[in-house]
Design a protein around this ligand. Structure first.
Ligand code: M6R
Length: 362
């Protein structure tokens, strides 16, 4: 069942180039998008309201950056348990978007039921097409991850992200912010994903070496900026779920507004920062950490590692990649760091204490 892997989590991490490729096969055809959204044209949509829990919520948070940047479509995003009770007004022409691997998460299902009739349409991104959330949606988009057994979600996350990327590009095209040539260019970037993910998986051994050091820490900080901020949150969630090490994800720029007080020699800071337009700002955040004796693990590409200069404690070298797909690709080091740290600590990787694969109570 585990196909030669020690844990389902390892198998599911390794499956990602394939399953992400399956998403692309399902939703792209040539230079066009072929995703059945039941006739939704994003030119007639004014707002998205994305609701989910845990890792699925972080996928939605990345999607917010994409929809707003590429499609100029405003996005509200909430964790499901808060959404229902904060009594937010619904603007006209809003689509409700519910993200759930299992399709059975009680909080997400309750939020969906609360939204039905108040939003124009209920759209879901699910891995289980016969689930409650899929059945109660107007449009259910399948994320094609295949069965995910490990409690820590891995391949469902990258398949949610890939499906969202396709949807955001469709929205950009529908709304006139991307012409046919621009769309073809973006789709060719998406098609680089399976190859680049296979490449990213080769950092496995390097991750193991770093994880053996992280395993000694009591607390770990994760930083990311822009569309990488949700990856910092996801990296921290993965680590705490399976290694039981306390971890926090922050937007890099927030560091000096509080969390920098935690920085000391014993608290490693993992910085998820591919080379992008904001990289110099990230470098100064890293310097703030290092100036206080903090140890930085830089997860980045060769170009950025060079610009970062000296003083970085550990570097995980990722392949260079188009900006659009960077958050999807950087899920791999987030997952591998958590996985190998858990192995080093000897915890139960696939069945972490206190957690269930599908949370069916509110
Ligand atoms: O099945 P869902 O996607 O609705 O589950 C949502 C969360 O419970 C889930 O992502 C959880 O946070 C995972 N254990 C994360 O690894």
């Amino acid at each position: 069942e585990k196909g030669g892997y020690k844990h389902y989590m390892a198998k599911e991490i390794a499956q990602q180039p394939t399953v992400v490729g399956n998403v692309l096969n399902a939703y792209l055809s040539g230079d066009q998008i072929n995703m059945d959204l039941g006739g939704i044209n994003f030119a007639n949509v004014d707002r998205l309201s994305i609701v989910a829990c845990g890792t699925a919520y972080y996928a939605g948070l990345v999607a917010k950056y994409w929809f707003e940047q590429h499609a100029r479509l405003p996005v509200d995003i909430d964790v499901a348990s808060e959404f229902r009770y904060r009594e937010a007004p619904f603007a006209p022409k809003t689509l409700g978007v519910f993200v759930s691997q299992s399709g059975e998460t009680a909080d997400t299902l309750a939020a969906l039921r609360y939204s039905a009739g108040k939003v124009d349409k209920v759209v879901s991104l699910v891995n289980v097409p016969e689930s409650s959330i899929a059945r109660e949606s107007d449009v259910a988009v399948e994320i094609h991850a295949g069965v995910e057994v490990s409690v820590a979600s891995t391949k469902a996350f990258t398949c949610q992200l890939t499906s969202f990327a396709v949807m955001a590009l469709k929205a950009a095209h529908d709304r006139g912010h991307l012409d046919d040539a621009g769309l073809a260019q973006r789709l060719s970037e998406l098609r680089q994903l399976p190859g680049l993910m296979s490449h990213a998986l080769t950092i496995d051994a390097a991750t193991k070496a770093i994880a053996s050091k992280l395993a000694e820490a009591r607390d770990v900080l994760f930083l990311g900026r822009g569309q990488m901020f949700p990856l910092a949150l996801e990296g921290a969630l993965k680590l705490k779920e399976i290694s039981y090490i306390h971890a926090e994800g922050y937007a890099s720029g927030e560091l000096k507004h509080g969390p920098i007080a935690l920085v000391d020699k014993a608290t490693p800071t993992v910085v998820m920062a591919p080379h992008d337009g904001l990289f110099d700002k990230t470098v100064s955040n890293m310097q703030e950490v290092m100036a206080r004796g903090g140890r930085v693990v830089l997860v980045s590409d060769a170009r950025a590692a060079e610009e970062a200069g000296s003083g970085v404690w550990q570097t995980l070298a990722m392949p260079e990649a188009p900006e659009l797909i960077q958050p999807i690709l950087y899920a791999v080091p987030a997952q591998l760091l958590a996985y190998h740290t858990a192995i080093a600590k000897g915890t139960d990787v696939d069945q972490p204490r206190n957690l269930a694969k599908s949370v069916t109570v509110e």
